[in-house]
Design a protein around this ligand. Structure first.
Ligand code: 5GP
Ligand code: ZN
Length: 116
């Protein structure tokens, strides 16, 4: 989508600190980090919300998770002594502000539960 912020980051039209990229997804640092590690994993495919994920996107969504886990492992967040959170917000009550699905990876500090 031409007016989508994350499509523009995917295409390099808006700068971002990209930390991972492959054929399916791109990961970059959140501009307003909520933890020492706060990355966003987006699919190349523009999908507005979790509600718009279809059965044909199942491999893509699984790929976001395995990619996030890989980066978390590489950064030393995957041990039982620390750990991390992956989350996707959907619509107003969850605080979704960018309508191109993105898996948040938060790590590097104890994370409270439930989130606000
Ligand atoms: P949401 O609230 O939709 O789940 O998450 C959107 C995230 O995108 C927020 O954490 C916000 O800080 C981040 N964000 C918004 N605009 C930009 C931007 O231009 N660049 C980057 N890197 N992150 C952004
Ligand atoms: Zn998009």
């Amino acid at each position: 989508m031409s007016d989508c912020l994350f499509c523009k980051i995917r295409d390099g039209l808006i700068p971002a600190k990209v930390v991972y990229r492959d054929d399916v997804c791109v990961a970059f640092e959140d501009i307003n980090p909520q933890a020492p590690t706060h990355l966003l994993f987006i699919p190349h495919k523009h999908i507005p919300t979790v509600n718009d994920i279809t059965t044909e996107d199942q491999a893509l969504v699984g790929h976001l998770f395995t990619s996030a886990a890989k980066v978390a492992r590489e950064r030393g967040h995957a041990d039982a002594n620390n750990g991390y959170r992956v989350v996707m917000n959907t619509h107003a009550h969850a605080g979704q502000t960018v309508f191109h699905i993105h898996l948040h990876l938060l790590a590097g500090r104890p994370l409270g539960w439930p989130p606000g």
